[in-house]
Design a protein around this ligand. Structure first.
Ligand code: 7RM
Length: 649
């Protein structure tokens, strides 16, 4: 294990500070601290200069039009995201450079596509989509595993101006159906199945189930990942991907899109059961993701960049597909599980491709820590030069392990805070500039302003916990919620007025201006980096005939950050049993998807409630965390808390 660079203690945190290594700093894309001052004082010019790195058909007349809470970036600019991620690199002589590396879960399956090959594949699929009747403005839903066709599909949609809506492949038929209906998608792209831990998992069955009642869907494209012969297609509706693209031309003129045309829709969990359709547009999103990708990950032309997220989440959209490809970088995608065929698979992939920049999640890092360092130590990880973290707060011990064991003590770690809604990384170190403190996402990206407010909207002094807000619009910000502007205004811009973005996270800023994000303050759970709505789980539970009432809260978990725990009151004189608990877990899994399954079901006669009948989830949460639950005198039934507590012990 390498020596740590310094052991300076801060006053409040028992934490080391890691300045950028000199070598790294010298060669970093960004190593002049003046950038912060420049961006702050020349905010619009700063972003205009960044946007100029992209290729536009027509330049914008105005950088930013801000009518809080509605923003337009690069007003009247004309651009195509697919052209910028693919064609322009071919035209600039990089046609033979590897754009996309796909690693299948079976160790003998992988694919490499150069930018020229990617251009051909994207154009063919785009022409196929056109043949199916997809035109500008038609929403295409993707329900796919991590196969190359997913990345190709997003770019094909972007090419013809059809916004995509990707639904994570682990979601249930119901979740998919809800999203198909809400977005009124004409076309669904799915697969027969995929590999997970060496097993062939079915996907087509879920997709066809979801299609029952999803009446807007006219055509279904099926990727035959598993070459199954036991599925039957509906002749008028369904077509195999390979049949669709087979005879298509490799030429497809990209649509000239307005900067503010919708690039994609991404559904995310909110405080109420109904998922929110987050709308991202073209010019600003591409400017924001390409800039942050290049600066935060210090991307150079010869980097081998691997983000381990699934493209079904925003991290995959911004930092597997759009950011890296807009920068002409080589991006890697992996289909499977980190423990197949063995617990060293990630490190085998790092060695196989000579990965230089790795971006993953704390939940994965904690799992690797538990498995032990013998797995990474088997592999050559010497190519790694920078490590990233995203999805939830990273505990300092996992941070140090990541740095020492994976990064052999020499790689800076960029802990990046952002959200589906922000589209791009907002709070982050710049690895050639920022002194790191394990567990802190450090500072807002140049030009941005973030703050911590109390409930009344007062900016809090250092080291006081409050609500995280963003005080300036940024290019990749969400523009609205799909067909629901009221909910957009109410969720993000009503807490403190229409020009303060309310992130929904609790945080504090320390004496050095470093941000420490604690986690969600609403009814959203962060389970292993996945955002789940407790309300959705509760409605899944009460949907079961045995359940009268349910409350779901997060219980702290060493590996996953939090796991959902369900308190359940049964109908009539029903009695709880292990069998019923299993049945309820499976039921929630079926409605939401396996990641939504409660870790435990706690049957109870009653739940702590206010006099007006509201379940006090706060108290249940404290019970689960083993913390003091405070005053219960305002409850209608204070005794229940002691009873529940004694059952837990
Ligand atoms: C990118 C992503 C967003 C929520 C966000 C936070 C939490 C994400 C960090 C983090 C602490 C981080 N999008 N979160 N990154 N918390 N430090 N570096 O995860 O929409 O799925 O989730 O995730 O609570 O609000 S997301």
């Amino acid at each position: 294990m390498a020596e740590k660079e310094s052991h300076i203690k801060t006053t409040l945190e028992d934490t080391n500070i890691y300045p950028p290594p000199e070598e790294f700093k010298k060669n970093a894309n960004i190593n002049d601290p003046e950038i912060y001052k420049y961006a702050e004082e020349n905010y619009e010019e700063f972003w205009a200069e960044r946007a100029e790195k992209l290729d536009w058909y027509e330049k914008w007349d105005k950088v930013l039009e801000w009518n809080p809470p509605y923003a337009k970036w690069f007003v009247n600019g004309k651009i195509n995201a697919s052209y910028n991620c693919v064609d322009r690199h071919v035209e600039n002589g990089k046609g033979d450079k590897t754009a996309l590396i796909w690693e299948g879960e079976p160790t003998d399956e992988s694919k490499k596509l150069t930018f020229s090959e990617l251009q051909d594949e994207v154009s063919k699929f785009a022409n196929g989509l056109k043949e199916l009747g997809v035109g500008k403005g038609d929403i295409v839903t993707f329900y796919l595993p991590m196969v190359p066709e997913l990345a190709i599909g997003l770019l094909a949609c972007a090419r013809i101006g059809a916004p995509h809506s990707v639904v994570f492949g682990g979601f249930s038929p119901k979740a998919l159906r809800d999203r198909l209906q809400d977005s009124k998608s004409k076309v669904l792209v799915t697969a027969d199945g995929y590999y997970r831990r060496g097993k062939k998992l079915k996907m087509w069955e879920n997709a066809t189930d979801a299609l029952e009642g999803a009446d807007s869907v006219e055509k279904v494209v099926v990727v035959d990942r598993l070459e199954r012969d036991d599925i039957s297609l509906e002749e008028d509706r369904d077509v195999y991907y390979h049949d669709l693209v087979e005879d298509k031309s490799t030429e497809c003129e990209p649509e000239k899109m307005d900067s503010e045309d919708m690039l994609f829709l991404m559904y995310t969990s909110g405080t109420t059961g109904k998922p929110k359709g987050v709308v991202h547009t073209t010019g600003g999103y591409l400017t924001g993701t390409s800039t942050t990708h290049k600066w935060v990950f210090d991307i150079k032309d010869d980097d081998m960049y691997w983000c381990t997220a699934d493209i079904g989440w925003i991290t995959g959209h911004s930092y597997i597909v759009y950011g890296p490809l807009a920068n002409g970088a080589t991006t890697i995608m992996y289909e499977g599980s980190p423990d197949y065929p063995d617990k060293d698979r990630f490190w085998q992939i790092v060695e196989k491709y000579g990965v230089t920049v790795l971006y993953t999640a704390p939940t994965a890092i904690r799992l690797f820590m538990k498995w032990g360092k013998k797995y990474p130590e088997r592999c050559d990880l010497s190519t790694l030069r920078l490590l990233g973290s995203v999805g939830e707060p990273i505990n300092p011990s996992a941070w140090e392990w990541y740095r020492d064991v994976i990064g052999s003590g020499k790689c800076p770690i960029v802990d990046t805070w952002w959200q589906t809604e922000t589209g791009m990384i907002l709070i982050t170190p710049l690895p050639g500039l920022t002194d790191l403190k394990p567990g802190s996402a450090t500072r807002p990206f140049p030009g941005l302003k973030a703050d911590i407010y109390d409930a009344g909207g007062k900016s809090l002094p250092a080291n006081q916990g409050g609500y995280l807000v963003i005080n300036r619009p940024w290019p990749a910000m969400l523009r609205t919620l799909y067909e629901d502007p009221e909910r957009y205004e109410q969720t993000y811009w009503s807490e403190y007025g229409p020009d303060v973005y309310f992130a929904g996270d609790g945080a504090r800023v320390d004496q050095d201006g470093y941000f420490w994000v604690v986690g969600r303050i609403d009814d959203v759970l962060n389970v292993a980096g996945h955002r789940l709505s407790t309300m959705e789980m509760e409605s899944a539970l009460v949907d079961h005939e045995a359940v009268a009432e349910a409350a779901v809260v997060g219980k702290p978990d060493d590996l996953k950050g939090h796991v959902p725990v369900a308190y359940v009151i049964l109908e009539g004189d029903r009695k709880g049993s292990d069998e019923l608990a299993q049945e309820l877990r499976a039921h929630v899994g079926k409605i939401i998807g396996p990641i939504g399954k409660p870790a435990a079901i706690r049957f109870s006669e009653d739940l702590p409630k206010t006099r007006s009948g509201k379940i006090m989830r706060r108290i249940l949460k404290k019970l689960e965390a083993g913390e003091d639950y405070g005053d219960t005198s305002t409850l209608r039934n204070p005794d229940i808390v002691e009873q529940l507590k004694s059952k837990l012990e």
